[in-house]
Design a binder for this molecule. Structure first.
Ligand code: PLP
Length: 451
């Protein structure tokens, strides 16, 4: 399957996820890559994976990152004992813009080349939805339907979605959790006849192009920090929900970026942390926290990582995922490259630890961490190692979670003009029950595709 087909399809027809046939070894290019500005580096990193001419890829990349407010796109700053790569300078102030601005341009390019239309259906715990909407709003040939768990996203996140009034944008507030939304999404995508008829596409991180676009900033930040510190390798701390961001880091490591440790950080919803400690992946119940974009039990991208853990054995993986769907648990057997992957370290930050970290960085360094970033910083600092600088991913601008910041530091300090401007904005949203049939009927009514 070509890259463009995989991007347009989102999810494979057998319910699995797309992965590249080969992961290139780029170790001999790292010295050159360390000198490149972000957009040029993005072209270099992504080129081996795509079927686009270099000038087309360059044009798509440049248009995608023009919307960022910082000239470096993802600048790196040293704060206290860690390096922070700020991934929140895009239009919706979360790292998801890095991938979704690019994906919006990719979709538009492929549709322009091949004709047809695309109906994007997505589920969001808050940040994906707004980033996806801002990636495709107002575009011809594309409609977008985004489900969010009603009342379980922050007020700013909600307004960033529902205040977009373009006719091609449909916000659906689902009476349920994010996992309910993801379950509905899966059900819709698994009805192949319906999916074809409706020309469904995916903006969720099951779309390979999103993971690919995120690989770039691991190289950008890793190479930059190594250059500045003279270190031969780095560690990354990644606040994790759906395992998309950290899987991008895993790909970067496989390509040859000297990442010595991937520190996986969760909030109280710690299914992934438990897996990397024990080898067992067992579903719990979702708990609402102050880092809502990580309130996830079933991580949609984890399956991609497992594929490599079981020796790229698709049949075996299918069996494991089937067992997991039935029983809510799976186990990587000891002996299968060892049950514990030494590249990973894992830990969790509960509400108190998250607030304490926000408070400490604010008081000591006058630097505001959003709660997701704070979870990563908290866990990352437990895994500091001499000569291996720790790079913490800052996944959202603090103003996106202003209430949590105010509670942590005692003052209302986290603001951003683009969010303040949303207060009192006109909004449009449709409430629906947590029921695939209701969502299906809504989509059909608005694509004219009922049958
Ligand atoms: C989506 C999100 C995460 C989790 O990222 P995954 O790729 O799902 O692991 C963390 N922080 C913020 C702010 C997010 O929006």
């Amino acid at each position: 399957m070509s890259f463009s087909d995989a991007v347009m399809a989102g999810l494979a027809r057998d319910g699995g996820l797309f992965l590249p046939q080969r992961i290139p070894d780029v170790r001999d290019r790292l010295a050159d890559w360390a000198k490149l500005p972000y957009a040029e580096l993005a072209v270099a990193v992504m080129q081996p994976f795509v079927d686009l001419a270099p000038e087309v890829l360059r044009d798509l990349v440049q248009r995608s990152y023009k919307t960022f407010a910082h000239p470096e796109i993802t600048p790196v700053v040293k704060v206290n004992d860690v390096h922070i790569v700020e991934l929140f300078h895009g239009p919706t102030l979360a790292f998801k813009d890095v991938a979704l601005q690019f994906l919006g341009n990719l979709f538009a390019h492929f549709l322009q080349q091949n004709g047809g239309e695309l109906n994007l259906v997505g589920a969001t715990s808050g940040d994906t939805g707004s980033a996806a909407i801002h990636g495709v709003r107002g575009r011809e040939r594309i409609r977008i339907f985004v489900m969010h768990p009603r009342g379980r996203v922050s007020r700013s996140q909600e307004l960033q979605m529902t205040s977009v009034l373009d006719a091609n944008v449909h916000n659906l507030a689902i009476d349920g959790t994010f996992d309910d939304c993801q379950g509905i999404l899966k059900e819709l995508f698994n009805d192949l006849a319906w999916r074809d008829r409706q020309r469904l596409g995916s903006v969720n991180s099951i779309n390979w192009a999103r993971v690919l676009a995120q690989v770039v900033y691991f190289f950008y930040a890793g190479l930059k920090v190594m250059r500045e510190t003279g270190a031969k390798g780095v560690r990354f701390a990644v606040p994790t929900g759906n395992f998309g961001d950290i899987f991008a880091g895993w790909i970067a490591q496989r390509m040859g970026l000297p990442i010595r440790k991937l520190v996986l950080a969760t909030n109280e919803n710690d299914i992934l942390a438990r897996f990397f400690e024990s080898g067992e992946y067992r579903k719990g119940t979702v708990q609402a926290t102050i880092s809502p974009s990580m309130d996830i039990q079933v991580a949609s991208n984890f399956e991609r990582y497992l594929y490599y853990r079981v020796g790229e054995d698709a049949a075996r993986l299918r069996g494991m995922m089937g067992d997991f769907a039935r029983s809510g648990a799976l186990k990587v057997a000891p002996g299968l490259d060892g049950a514990i992957d030494p590249l990973f370290a894992a830990g969790r930050g509960n509400t108190a630890a998250t607030q304490a970290t926000i408070r400490e960085f604010y008081r000591e360094a006058n630097y505001l961490l959003d709660p997701h970033t704070a979870v990563g910083v908290h866990v990352g600092r437990q895994h500091l190692e001499k000569d291996e600088p720790m790079v913490c991913l800052a996944t959202a601008h603090p103003a996106k979670f202003g209430d949590a910041i105010r509670e942590a530091v005692g003052v209302d300090v986290a603001h951003h003009p683009s969010l303040d401007a949303l207060a009192g904005a006109k909004t449009r949203v449709t409430a629906l029950p947590a029921d695939a049939a209701a969502v299906r009927a809504y989509v059909e009514r608005h694509t004219g595709g009922a049958s």
